[in-house]
Design a protein around this ligand. Structure first.
Ligand code: MHF
Ligand code: KIV
Ligand code: MG
Length: 285
């Protein structure tokens, strides 16, 4: 029905309806997100915490991100598909960064990539843009900085940190990112950044004045049984629903009421009779 969403269409949403973005890590999730009419899918490195069971996002590899991106794109979503560059895939050199992002595009069919950090990432952002790979920035509470931040801590709360984040946003916008994720910063700082750059901002724990909002699939749907950040709103309770359904399956298997006749395959009666005559009774008597 609706056409594929493109990078220029997202850039143009700076003026226009707010942008929605949700993570997905496989074809089934991508199909569900796409059918909901969400604008952008993020194949997030949050796959490390939500799917792989890690405490943080540092352990997910480029090979694994390629695998998840390819699975998402097999659903042929209309959403723009942005794929996270994992930790260490863009920290060594611009050359290695382009090679790694190129794999997300060629093998994972990414429409764009996302990387964390401000002015210290200018050279790799420029190298990606020069290679015709669209880039989304990510500032504030950058989860790949968990070791240096000393945990997942709200960023930009003091004057100097706030000024640094504004300068970072302006610099990466100038370098060519087509959107910026703002995570875990005061709402008024996110509003100031949103006003001071010409590309859309997509907030997560950054207040209502961003040009869009992003949440993790498991968080939006109530599938996250662990710690919930303050910024999460659960729009459904799917873990609860899933547990009830699996309990019902377990009980019906034990009771012998699953499967029924209608859920089973059957012989032609004549074949059954002939087969029964040929069989030695085994369990009788
Ligand atoms: N399910 C899930 N949702 C996410 O949003 C998410 C992940 N996983 N994994 C990767 C990162 C980690 N993220 C996190 C994790 C924890 C907080 C958190 O607990 N924040 C504190 C803030 C404390 C402060 O005030 O400094 C909070 O209480 O909200 C925030 C972002 C965001 N990302
Ligand atoms: C939380 C979002 C912005 C993200 O980077 C991820 O899911 O990996
Ligand atoms: Mg991420």
């Amino acid at each position: 029905m609706s056409e594929k969403i493109t990078v220029p269409m997202i850039r143009a949403r700076k003026q226009g309806p707010k942008i929605s973005m949700v993570t997905a890590y496989d074809a089934s999730m991508a199909q569900i997100v796409d059918r909901a009419g969400v604008d952008m899918i993020l194949v997030g490195d949050s796959v490390a915490t939500t799917v792989q069971g890690h405490e943080d996002t540092l352990s997910v590899t480029l090979d694994q991100m390629v695998y998840h991106a390819a699975a998402v794109n097999r659903a042929r979503p209309h959403c723009l598909v942005v794929v996270d560059l994992p930790w260490l895939s863009y920290h060594i050199s611009p050359e290695e960064t382009v090679r790694n992002a190129g794999r997300l595009v060629q093998e994972g069919h990414a429409d764009a990539v996302k990387l964390e950090g401000g002015r210290k990432r200018l050279s790799v952002i420029k190298a990606l843009v020069n290679a015709e790979i669209p880039v989304v920035g990510h500032l504030g509470l950058t989860p790949q900085s968990v070791l240096t931040m000393g945990g997942f801590r709200v960023q930009g709360r003091d004057l100097q940190a706030a000024k640094d984040l504004i300068a970072d946003a302006q610099a990466i916008a100038q370098a060519g990112v087509f959107a910026i994720v703002l995570e875990g910063i005061p709402d008024s700082l996110a509003a100031l950044i949103t006003q001071s750059v010409n590309v859309p901002t997509i907030g997560i724990g950054a207040g209502a004045q961003c040009d869009g909002q992003v949440l993790v699939y498991h968080d939006v749907l109530g599938l996250n049984l662990g710690h919930l950040a303050k910024f999460v709103r659960e729009f459904a309770q799917l873990a609860h629903t899933a547990t009830e359904a699996l309990q019902a399956f377990h009980q019906e298997v034990q009771a012998g009421s699953f499967p029924t006749d209608k859920e089973s395959y059957h012989f032609d009666k004549t074949v059954l009779q002939a087969l029964q005559q040929e069989q030695e009774p085994v369990l009788d008597e």
